[in-house]
Design a binder for this molecule. Structure first.
Ligand code: FES
Length: 107
């Protein structure tokens, strides 16, 4: 199954079940991840910086296109509550601005 690896979170790759959002998969293995609007695509706090494998993700959703056009979502970022993994693997990291104060992040 496709794997999501977040390089600055502890642990190994996260299996992303078919049809699941990245956010659901991340939370499913117990990681605390910022998601201020509850996964409704109405904020950008759940974003992930994609370092490799962006082509393996589902196309940008309407909220992502809107935030990208407005400059709130970088070309290298996806909303984890919107993106799903189609095939292959993805490598990402938690952006500095969305880190949670109580979570220990790696380099
Ligand atoms: S949790 Fe708000 S946009 Fe994803």
């Amino acid at each position: 199954m496709p794997l999501l690896t977040i390089e600055n979170l502890p642990g190994s790759g996260i299996v992303v079940p078919p049809g699941a959002t990245l956010l659901a998969a991340i939370q499913g293995v117990g990681h605390d991840w910022r998601h201020a609007c509850g996964g409704k695509g109405r904020c950008t706090t759940c974003r992930v910086q994609v370092l490799a494998g962006a082509q393996n993700l589902t196309p940008l959703t309407a909220p992502e296109l809107r935030y990208r056009a407005a400059g709130y979502l970088l070309a290298t970022e996806r909303l984890t509550c919107q993106a799903r993994l189609l095939q292959g693997d993805v490598l990402g990291r938690v952006p500095e601005a969305t880190k949670l104060p109580h979570v220990q992040y790696g380099q």
